[in-house]
Design a protein around this ligand. Structure first.
Ligand SMILES: [Mg+2]
Length: 414
C-alpha cells in the first residue's frame, strides 16, 4: 500500500557561488563561474544567477562558458570552505529530525512524517529552515515540502532561488508535471529520455498513456518510471550515518575479460576520478587506498595500503592503486575496482604548509594531465568529456571502447 509521507527537501541556491559572494563582495552583481579557469581544461561546477543569464550552466565546458561571458569572474572551487558551511546547514536541519539524508554538500531530505502532527506544522518548519539559513548562514535556500521524495525534490526546484513550494499529494503532483517533459521527473536523465522518445514518450502524459509499452520494453526501469509518472514513490529518507561511509569505492566489470594490465591500470586511473568526485562532494579524505580484482575464474582479491597524507585526489589515489596492481598475479580479469578507506573530514595537513602543498597539487594536476594525454594518444580516444570531476558523464562507454581498442591491438600484435 502506498502511503503519503511528509518530506522536506532543502537545496541551497547556487551554493558554491553564493558562499564565495558572501565572503567576498567583489563578484556580487557580476557573473561568477566556479570550476576550472578559462585557460585550463574542465567544466563549470556552479555559477551564480548573473552568469546563468548568459546561458552558462553547470557541467558546461569552461571554454564555452568563457566565450559566452569573457568578462565573468572565474574561480576554482574551495571545497573545504563549502564543507564547513554544509556542516552548519546539517546542524540546522538536524534540530528538526534525525531522519535526514544528504545527497550533496548543499542538499538534503528531512522525513517529518512521525515528527509533526499536521501538514501545516511541516510547512512552518520549512519556512523556519529558510529563515534560519538566511540568518545563521547569510545564504538562501529553496525548500520543497511534499508527500514523497521525488515530489519534495521537485517542489524545491519549482520556485528557485529562495523558493518555497508544497506538493501535498499525488493529484497535485500530476497536475504540476503532466504536460512537462519526462526530464521533469528528476531521476530521468538524458539517456533515459532519449530511450523514451523512441517509444513516442516525451511528456509525463505520454508516459501515462503508454504505460504498458514502457513497462514491456524497459522492464524494471519502465515500471519505476510509470510509477513516477503517476506520482507513486515510497522511497524512504535514509539517515546518513557516519559509520556507514567507511569507504568510497568504484568498480568496473568488463563486457569481456581482459588480459592487458596496461588497460587495467588506465581504468584504475579513470575510476579514481569518480572516487575523487564522490569524496569531494562528501568532504571526505581517505587514509588508505584499495584495489580489487576479480579474475575470470571468479576468484576475487583485494589489496590495500595506507598513504602518507589523507587524500581525495584522483591522481594520488591512482598512483597508489597502480603500485598495488603491479604486485598481483597476472591472469584474465573480469572486474577491477579501487577505493579509499578510513575516511575522515580533515586532510590532516598543516595550514602553514599551504604554499608547499598548493605547489604539490599543481604537480599532481600536471601528472594527471600528462596521463590523460598519453592515454589519448594510445587509445585514440578523446577523454576531455570525462576527465573533469564535476562532469557526471558515464564512463562505461569510454572504458569499453578502450577495451576494444586494446583487444584489436593485441589481435594484430601492435
Ligand atoms: Mg543547490
Amino acid at each position: 500500500m502506498f502511503e503519503n509521507q511528509i518530506i522536506i527537501h532543502v537545496d541551497m541556491d547556487a551554493f558554491y557561488a553564493s558562499v564565495e559572494m558572501r565572503d567576498d563582495k567583489t563578484p556580487v552583481g557580476k557573473p561568477l563561474i566556479i570550476g576550472s579557469m578559462p585557460n585550463e581544461r574542465g567544466v563549470v561546477s556552479t555559477c551564480n544567477y548573473e552568469a546563468r543569464k548568459y546561458g552558462i550552466r553547470s557541467g558546461m565546458n569552461i571554454k564555452e562558458a568563457f566565450n559566452l561571458c569573457p568578462k565573468g569572474i572565474f574561480m576554482h572551487p574551495n571545497f573545504d570552505k563549502y564543507r564547513k558551511v554544509s556542516n552548519q546547514l546539517h546542524k540546522i536541519l538536524e534540530s528538526y529530525t534525525d531522519v535526514t539524508e544528504y545527497i550533496a554538500l548543499d542538499e538534503g531530505y528531512l522525513d517529518l512524517t512521525k515528527k509533526v502532527n499536521s501538514w501545516e506544522d511541516a510547512g512552518r518548519i520549512g519556512l523556519e529552515i529558510k529563515k534560519r539559513v538566511r540568518e545563521e548562514l547569510s545564504l538562501t535556500c529553496s525548500v520543497g515540502l511534499a508527500y514523497s521524495k521525488t515530489a519534495a525534490k521537485m517542489a524545491s526546484e519549482e520556485k528557485k532561488p529562495d523558493g518555497y513550494f508544497e506538493i501535498p499529494n499525488r493529484d497535485e503532483f500530476i497536475k504540476l508535471v503532466l504536460d512537462r517533459n519526462v526530464r521533469a521527473l528528476y531521476t530521468v536523465g538524458e539517456k533515459t529520455a532519449k530511450k523514451l522518445h523512441l517509444y513516442g514518450v516525451d511528456t509525463v502524459r505520454d508516459l501515462q498513456d503508454k504505460k504498458n509499452e514502457v513497462k514491456r520494453f524497459m522492464g524494471k526501469q519502465g515500471e519505476y518510471l510509470v510509477d513516477l509518472a503517476f506520482g507513486f514513490d515510497d522511497r524512504k529518507v535514509i539517515p546518513y550515518k557516519e559509520e556507514e561511509t567507511k569507504s568510497i569505492s568504484k568498480e568496473f566489470t568488463f563486457q569481456k575479460d581482459v588480459s592487458s594490465f596496461r588497460l587495467l591500470d588506465d581504468v584504475l586511473f579513470i575510476l579514481a576520478f569518480r572516487i575523487e568526485q564522490r569524496a569531494k562532494r562528501l568532504g571526505l579524505y581517505g587514509e588508505g587506498v584499495s584495489l580489487k580484482i576479480t579474475y575470470s575464474n571468479m576468484k576475487t582479491i583485494t589489496r590495500s595500503t595506507l598513504i602518507s597524507a589523507n587524500t581525495n585526489d584522483a591522481y594520488t589515489i591512482y598512483e597508489n592503486t597502480s603500485k598495488l596492481l603491479k604486485n598481483v598475479p597476472k591472469a584474465e580479469v573480469r572486474l577491477v575496482g579501487t577505493g579509499i578507506y578510513h575516511l575522515r573530514e580533515e586532510d590532516g595537513r598543516q595550514l602553514s604548509f599551504f604554499d608547499v602543498f598548493s605547489k604539490e597539487s599543481d604537480i599532481v594536476k600536471e601528472k594527471a594531465e600528462a596521463k590523460w594525454q598519453e592515454m589519448k594518444a594510445y587509445y585514440k580516444i578523446d577523454f576531455d568529456k570525462i576527465k573533469n570531476i564535476s562532469n557526471g558523464m558515464n564512463i562505461y562507454g569510454y572504458i569499453e571502447r578502450m577495451r576494444e581498442v586494446m583487444e584489436s591491438m593485441q589481435k594484430y600484435n601492435i
